[in-house]
Design a protein around this ligand. Structure first.
Ligand code: NAD
Ligand code: UDP
Length: 302
């Protein structure tokens, strides 16, 4: 049997000549898979704000209806409970494909499915076949498939490699370092530092990522583009920033690290800066309090 595409496109709006004065084009129809998740829901906010019509396709594996509940009465917004491994026919102008469990806790739950859903990220550079490989291989395969659809099927595509991103609406207990430290400090538990805490990461605030994804989508370049914040922090430095932001009495507890933990992960965003004219604007010290406010409320509601 021939593989059926997951989405069918039909770009219905050809540009008309002799457009009458005062004519306003109908809103663009945009699909966001994974739109009830952390990154997706912030993207949906911005797309609706700029006048697009948005269809969210999500199976709520890690996403939450609460993340998009504020749009349910908006006539330009639709929410579909659907699993993207099943085909769906939608007439749309743009697809942002973000559906994929992003945290190790979740993507190891169903590795085969994780390989099927995709959106590229930095992990596609690594090539080990250990626990993380369902995710990394999935992203790598996705990039290849995306380019095949482009070359063979004439589909216009864009590819982003997303680096560590944080902000409001992140899953509380997904095991990522920023959400762990913030939730632990708010619950007055020690922050768990794996290994010696000298490994570094670069943390991007979610609004910067959303701006990057939108610039990429509307620009002329396919990519792949690295989207991340090059500011580098060791886990000990991150714990210190969390401590200053939440609780000066917060403590640290060292835990053993896994052998395959990268020592450093920092994006080179030269290409995105030059070709998309995009760069992150929000520093960790500016972004963290915005996330803490959301986490504090959700932890109080538990
Ligand atoms: P998230 O878990 O909050 O969002 C993923 C969304 O996809 C959820 O709403 C989930 O329910 C949905 N989903 C998962 N599998 C699905 C399926 N089969 N069908 C339909 N919906 C499905 O994660 P996120 O942090 O918002 O990540 C979004 C994307 O960005 C993912 O592709 C992720 O791999 C990528 N990414 C995120 C980060 C990060 O730091 N947050 C880093 C690199 C890449
Ligand atoms: N980490 C940590 N404590 C935690 C969770 C993670 O010290 O409670 C470390 C982890 O070992 C890694 C870094 O934080 O070195 C980033 O981990 P995360 O899973 O957030 O992102 P990734 O490793 O995918 O970049």
């Amino acid at each position: 049997e021939r593989a059926r595409p997951l989405f069918s496109f039909a770009t219905s709006r050809s540009s008309a000549s002799g457009v009458p004065a005062g004519f306003r084009p109908p809103p663009r129809r945009v699909v966001v898979t994974g739109g009830a998740g952390f990154v997706g829901s912030h993207l949906v906010d911005r797309l609706l704000e700029q006048g697009d019509s948005v269809i969210v396709v999500d199976n709520f594996f890690t996403g939450r209806k609460e993340n998009v509940a504020h749009h349910l009465r908006n006539p330009r917004f639709e929410l579909l409970r659907h699993d993207v491994v099943e085909p769906i026919l939608l007439e749309v102008d743009r697809i942002y494909h973000l559906a994929c469990p992003a945290s190790p806790v979740h993507y190891k739950y169903n590795p085969i499915k994780t390989i099927i859903s995709f959106l590229s990220r930095i992990c596609s550079y690594f090539c080990d076949l250990r626990v993380r490989s369902c995710y990394d291989e999935g992203k790598r395969t996705a990039e290849t498939l995306t380019m095949d659809y482009h070359r063979g099927g004439g589909v216009e595509v864009r590819i982003a490699r997303i680096f560590n991103t944080y902000g409001p609406r992140m899953c509380l207990d997904d095991g990522r370092v920023v959400s762990n430290f913030v939730a632990q400090a708010l619950r007055r538990q020690p922050m768990t530092v794996y290994g010696d805490g000298k490994q570094t990461r670069s943390f991007q605030y979610v609004s910067d990522l959303v701006a990057g994804l939108m610039a990429l989508m509307e620009g002329d370049h396919i990519g792949p583009f690295n989207l991340g914040n090059p500011g580098e922090f060791s886990m000990l430095e991150l714990a210190q920033v969390v401590k200053e932001t939440i609780d000066p009495m917060a403590s640290i507890e060292f835990k053993p690290n896994t052998a395959d933990d990268p020592h450093m992960r920092k994006p080179d965003i030269t290409k995105a800066k030059q070709l998309l004219r995009w760069e992150p604007k929000v520093s960790l010290r500016e972004g963290l309090p915005l996330m803490v406010k959301d986490f504090r409320q959700r932890i109080l509601d538990e």
